[in-house]
Design a protein around this ligand. Structure first.
Ligand code: HEM
Length: 149
């Protein structure tokens, strides 16, 4: 079970990154050309937030139950993990940043939906989905395999 969820969590990151990039690309083109924020882009933005939700769910399953890291985290209450180590990044920094991304993507969705005109929608999408996307890119443990098989 651990292996399958790890493979999925690893691979799904590319789905999150690519859909996030597509949303940002659409926001930039909408801003530059004045094209409307149509249902196609709105749907893409929704897929982005759903893709983050799915990734966070898998991450939580790894963190709370499946990963051997769980034991490391429990043990770290006695012996703190060295700050700056890879274990510290995976056990503390990665989950915190990704939970921040989870919150950011949902705030972004609400703000974009509540905007009154399409130009404001595109601007808010660029800013708030952009922040989400950057948090995700920064929080990924890039030293780990880029594809798990
Ligand atoms: C958009 C959100 C997230 C992305 C893009 C992401 C991405 C990744 C990637 C690429 C890895 C490396 C996988 C590998 O080594 O094959 C990883 C590992 C891990 N992630 Fe996430 N993650 C996200 C959210 C989360 C969250 C919210 C948690 C915890 C609550 C979490 C917990 C973990 C754990 C525990 C590992 C290490 C598993 C292990 O090696 O046993 N992730 N994540």
């Amino acid at each position: 079970m651990y292996r399958w969820v790890l493979i999925a969590h690893n691979g799904w990151r590319w789905v999150v990154i690519v859909i996030g990039f597509a949303v940002l690309f659409c926001a930039v083109t909408r801003l530059r050309t004045g094209r409307p924020w149509d249902t196609g882009v709105a749907r893409l933005a929704r897929f982005f937030s759903i893709s983050v939700d799915i990734q966070v769910l898998m991450g939580a399953a790894l963190y709370l139950a499946l990963s051997p890291l769980t034991t490391l985290v429990v043990a770290s209450t006695d012996t703190p993990l060295p700050v700056g180590s890879q274990a510290y990044f995976l056990a503390v920094v990665h989950p915190l940043m990704m939970v921040a991304a989870f919150i950011a993507v949902h705030i972004a969705s609400v703000l974009v939906r509540r905007a009154r005109v399409d130009a404001a929608r595109a601007r808010r999408a660029l800013i708030f989905y952009g922040i989400t996307w950057l948090i995700i890119l920064t929080g990924i443990p890039w030293w780990r395999p880029w594809i798990q098989l």
